[in-house]
Design a protein around this ligand. Structure first.
Ligand code: ZN
Ligand code: FE
Length: 259
């Protein structure tokens, strides 16, 4: 069985490391910093077969050059349409990444919005979604558009509910605080806040979450729910129609008044 290990980096990033018992190679996702990866690989006598990148930001790519210097055989995979000099295998919608030693085949999904050509990796019930969907929230719109991010989240919402969501940051408690502004009476949300607070108090990650939990508590995946629409309309001061308009209002509300 493939194991997914969280390597904390910087203040709140997670670098995900995929390994399998008895296999001497491993894979990392979004190594913004080389140090935690080098430390883990040396401690466990592993080598690196692949580096998977979701988007161009430095906190997801900054460690690649040094990792590649140490493990020259590692294949660097990333989005075809973002300017990332270190990427060798350029990926787009419909491609797959075969991680033979881990017996894992990951599909590439185009999920633009946070950046113009952000991708996600999905397979075996695991989703590595970078800064597109977060536990309890979603990424900001930087070099993509609100419409793109709304559509990308709709797409992720359609994956199997038991999918484990491996996002790239520990932003969960702050995100859930905003979720509570939107849906103060959502009982699953209130329960989640308690559970995740307990988890953080023990120093443990709140990630991965499940898509099922996100669908029940994350306002950015709930843009079709009457309570969420009503809250977004109240903030916007106008009628909103469709997922994209509700999404834009929620994202702007959080950007302007919460963060
Ligand atoms: Zn980012
Ligand atoms: Fe990031």
């Amino acid at each position: 069985m493939t194991e997914v290990i969280a390597l904390p980096a910087f203040d709140d990033n997670y670098i995900w490391l995929l390994r399998r018992d008895g296999v001497s190679t491993c894979v990392v996702v979004d190594p913004g910093d080389e140090d935690p990866v080098i430390e883990y690989l040396e401690a466990h006598e592993l080598t690196l077969s692949d580096i998977l990148i979701t988007h161009k930001h430095g906190d997801h790519t900054g460690g690649v050059r040094e990792l590649k210097r140490r493990w020259p055989d590692a294949r660097v995979c990333g989005p075809a349409h973002e300017p990332i000099a270190v990427v060798e295998k350029k990926l787009r919608e419909g491609d797959a990444v075969a991680l033979d030693e881990l017996q894992l085949n990951l599909q590439v999904l185009d999920v633009p919005g946070h950046t113009e050509s952000h991708i996600a990796y999905f397979g075996n019930g695991l989703l590595f979604c970078g800064d597109t969907l977060f536990a309890g929230g979603c990424g900001r719109v930087f070099s993509g558009t609100f419409e793109q991010l709304s559509d990308s989240l709709r797409r992720i919402a359609g994956l199997p509910k038991e999918t484990l969501v491996y996002c790239a940051h520990e932003y969960t408690l702050a995100n859930l605080g905003f979720a509570k502004w939107v849906e103060p009476e959502n009982t699953e949300l209130l329960q989640r806040i308690q559970d995740d607070q307990r988890q953080r108090a023990r120093g443990l990650p709140t990630v991965p979450s499940t898509l099922k939990l996100e669908l029940a508590t994350n306002p950015f995946l709930r843009t079709g729910q009457p309570a969420v629409i009503a809250a977004a309309e109240k903030w916007a001061g106008s009628t909103l129609s469709g997922h994209r308009e509700v999404f834009r209002a929620l994202r702007q509300w959080k950007d302007r008044d919460y963060d």
